[in-house]
Unconditional design. Sequence first.
Length: 781
Amino acid sequence: MSASHAPVPLYAFAMPDLLANLNPEQYAAVTLPDESALIVAGAGSGKTRVLTTRIAWLIEGGRVSPSGILAVTFTNKAAREMMTRLGAMLPINTRGMWIGTFHGLCNRLLRAHHRDAGLPSAFQILDSADQLSAIKRLLKANNIDDEKYPPKNLQYFINGAKEEGLRASRVDANDAFNRRFVELYAMYESQCEREGVVDFAELLLRSYELLDSNRALRAHYQQRFSHILVDEFQDTNRLQYAWLKLLAGEHSAIFAVGDDDQSIYAFRGANVGNMLDFEREFAVRHRIKLEQNYRSHGNILDTANHLISRNSRRLGKDLRTDAGAGEPVRVYEAATDQQEANWIVDEIRALLDQGMSRSEIAILYRSNAQSRVVEHALVAAGVPYKVYGGLRFFERQEVKHALAYLRLIDNPDDDTAFLRVVNFPTRGIGARSLELLSDTARLHQCSLAAAAPLLTGKAGAAVASFMRLIEQVRAETAPLNLPETVEHLLAASGLNTYYEQEREGQERLENLQELVNAAAAFAAEEGYGRDVPARSLPMAPGASAAPALTDDSDAVEVIDAGAPLVRQMTPLAGFLSHASLEAGDNQAQAGQDAVQLMTVHAAKGLEFMAVFISGLEEGLFPHENSAVEIDGLEEERRLMYVAITRARERLYLSFAQSRMLHGQTRYNVRSRFFDELPADTLKWLTPRIEAGARWGGARDNAGWGRDWFAPPSHIETALADKQRAADTGYRTGQTVFHNKFGEGTIIGLEGSGTDARAHVSFQRHGAKWLSLAVAKLQIVD
Ligand SMILES: Nc1ncnc2c1ncn2[C@@H]1O[C@H](COP(=O)(O)OP(=O)(O)OP(=O)(O)O)[C@@H](O)[C@H]1O
Ligand SMILES: [Mg+2]
């Protein structure tokens, strides 16, 4: 360990406070010696709290200075929360600390060392929508059939390769089709290079390569970050893990916390296997378990534990709580999605009447598209809410237009930005002119902006006037600070006028104004004074403006001196990175006390007093795609586990028999998860009807008799299956005997022939799904 010298406690008297509220296992974890450790523990057991407290403890005891810490969180929101908590625990300025997401930290590293990384100082970040349009443009420019090579597939291929750490030149292609993909990947790489842009995966790969190839830089950071701490470790992918390894080198300690049951990003290459590799490769001696849950009431925790116990691939852990059982988990079946939304809003109003604050209430769903109907009900009821994700603020059309102009003033070679606004608002630059321009650029291997002067005729004149506009705005904004720059640009670009004249442009205008506010908030948060021009590099005392990094390690030291590294970016570049990386986060601050709406993925790590999980229908949650993926259903179950464990005191589950989604009405059967939850923690607010009886006489009892509809065909098929299962001689409600599990009651039947399965609730072993062909159940009555 680099901090091998004897610890020097600096604030010995303050110590008991920091550690006072920890349980013995948490205490042991926080105060582990300077060596790598892995904490694997269930939801709400205090992993994040332990990690944060450990940082404070390390600093407070003089084991490391704040600049020696690097902490990785999963979201920007989590990073901010961590800094706030640290600020409250210690009398230090947390701004300079390296706490952030992988993307955020890599961006910071690349900004500081852009030359060594082979990037222009004003490199721009492509979000995934930008990346897709860049790929489409590439295919079009090269006359490639986008049916044969769908842009989305190519995007997936490229990102997958990058996440494996592979450049196009190193990807193995075993057939002609794949070879073509690799060629396209290579072409995409040169296009990005030419335009000075990087996509999300590139941020990571580029900074990995930077550290890998630059010995001095690597040595510097390895020495600097003696303590690396990683939250949500189960969701790191191979490249992120390799990046951490490189940064840790031989001497730094990695303190990783995670929960294999909450691994929900396998589809993006996350790899739980990293946990096992980490233990081996870092000779981890300490694997501490935290088994006390501090978040949720008993019924909620039991519900979560019961569900996740059905997964087969688990490291295995127990979780208990001292909190009482609390309220039962309430379940509601609605006829339609609107009815579901109305019920949610009614329940929310009841909670608010009881004094719960709005921001303590979350509505979670599996897919973004589900939010619309809930939003509608909230608006109608006048309940303020905030949507995370979905069409985020920075992804709105008008905001993206404005950002594209800003990007162009920063870097005219950014072709994606160029194409977005060259003819918006319209200035008579048609598709034909742009084609000519693209041809010229390709011929000269340069960006569109660089090709503009080479274009002649009418097309040339129109493009030239656009370039003059950009140049003019560049000059006019040179002395302006960040919010002034944005404001000026909105007027000069013609965007304001355009939306003023558009019939329903009011909301878009407000969003543009909000962009000015966002820029002002960003500048204030980063500590840029009002007199700092948006495009100049603020000089920190003792820091060189453009650190030229050589093998001379003294030069490296210069970078660390003085102000935080983020100052290596101009305010404008910083803001543009923020817009790409932190999309959506801004909204959260705008409406503090609002009901929180988000996908389950976005809710990871967070907690709320009351949680509604809506749309629990087969095909939606579990998602229909999960059926075709290896481990798909287990991943959906982990996702459901994450959703349930966000709740502290109240949990509500709901589903609708019919739902409008993507313009079509879907008829749904309830999620299989309901059959996997313990019956005794749930309270059905609508009658619980066995799936088989659903379309029969029981429906009148359910109270939705009036505007009823006939079951659609796929449900009839499912019912027919159940009928066939029943034909095997078994029926629900029957008492049966199993050689190993003893006596139990059949609570569900599914499938037919050799696939027929029975869901049996055993008196001593709980509920299990058994194959009827294998299980040989004896009928008792
Ligand atoms: N020893 C403790 N005493 C009281 N409250 C605690 C203790 N440890 C953790 N908590 C609280 O329990 C809640 C859950 O903690 P935390 O968010 O750190 O859990 P986690 O393991 O990171 O959960 P997740 O897996 O969902 O990320 C928080 O509100 C935290 O403040
Ligand atoms: Mg956590």
